[in-house]
Design a protein. Sequence first.
Length: 110
Amino acid sequence: MSGETIVQGVVIEASVDIGTEELCRACAVREEWLVALVAEGVVEPRGGSPEAWRFSGDSLRRVRIVRRLQSDLGINLAGAALALELIEENARLRRRLQVIKRGDDEEPYP
């Protein structure tokens, strides 16, 4: 294998339930940091305590983005949360623009 890299991954559906420990392991973060994300409103688990929390597959994506924003850009948690909101709004607007360009203006803007 000269110069080839094999990458393996798992596709996580938005409807998948992930526990706190699984999410921390998948994102290589500490539970305390995840608790701070919940307090900041970045992710919204179901369940009453960190031990009982269940997260959606979308939470995995959001946690990874915030972690990357913090590590790559050195911004604080509140700044990373705001940047995430702006990234997601940009994506929504781009999808909406594509719908308009196709002439299929039936899709409501969320």
